[in-house]
Design a protein around this ligand. Structure first.
Ligand SMILES: [Zn+2]
Ligand SMILES: [Zn+2]
Length: 195
């Protein structure tokens, strides 16, 4: 089978299944996982799908889909699609948080239930899978919607440059979830919702 044909089929599969495992695709098409990664590369660049740990998932671009998700699931502020942090749950359920701050807190609450989470690169506004994101906190620049603010970067180098300029700390997903939670327990937390 030609790569273009596999890509066509992967496109169809991801529309119906929303998430796919690389290992399953490799088995199904009887090619190596390396080949599958090559096949999906253009689809990732196109923004159709995003990479997850060991798999891919559909990026729902449909803004209508966002409009019934117009309120933050955590703090109930109106959502800004450019900063939104989205949680993909079983049975095609999607929750949208206004920013990474609320997204991380909600992600921590739901734990294992979250199949996948997506946020946006602060500079490029590209979609990033949450486990591959770098989270920057404690910067001197105040731009995000909720405090303590969390900015998200796809590229570690960009995050480092940002921190060089504006201060702050860089965290991976697991640490970021804990750090933002701990901060909310302190006297500076702005939010009344604790779990
Ligand atoms: Zn919120
Ligand atoms: Zn927010």
């Amino acid at each position: 089978m030609l790569p273009i044909e596999r890509q066509r089929q992967i496109r169809m599969l991801i529309q119906t299944k929303k998430t796919l495992k690389i290992s399953e695709l490799s088995e199904q098409f009887n090619v190596s996982e390396m080949t599958i990664y090559r096949d999906i590369k253009p689809l990732v660049e196109e923004g159709l799908i995003s990479k997850t740990f060991g798999g891919i998932s559909l990026v729902e671009k449909n803004e209508q889909n966002l409009s019934n998700q117009s309120q933050c699931v955590y703090c109930h502020k109106p959502n800004n699609p450019k900063m939104a942090y989205r949680l993909i749950l079983p049975d095609d359920k999607v929750e949208t948080a206004c920013c990474a701050h609320c997204g991380l807190l909600r992600h921590r609450q739901l734990g294992e239930e979250v199949l996948q989470a997506i946020c946006h690169d602060f500079f490029m506004n590209t979609t990033i899978s949450a486990p591959l994101t770098w989270y920057v906190m404690d910067t001197t620049l105040n731009i995000a919607c909720c405090q303590p603010q969390v900015l998200t970067f796809e590229n570690r180098e960009h995050a480092e440059k940002f921190v060089n300029g504006f201060g702050g700390e860089i965290y991976g997903l697991q640490d970021a979830k804990e750090v933002v939670y701990q901060k909310m327990q302190g006297p500076t937390g702005c939010c009344s919702k604790h779990n």
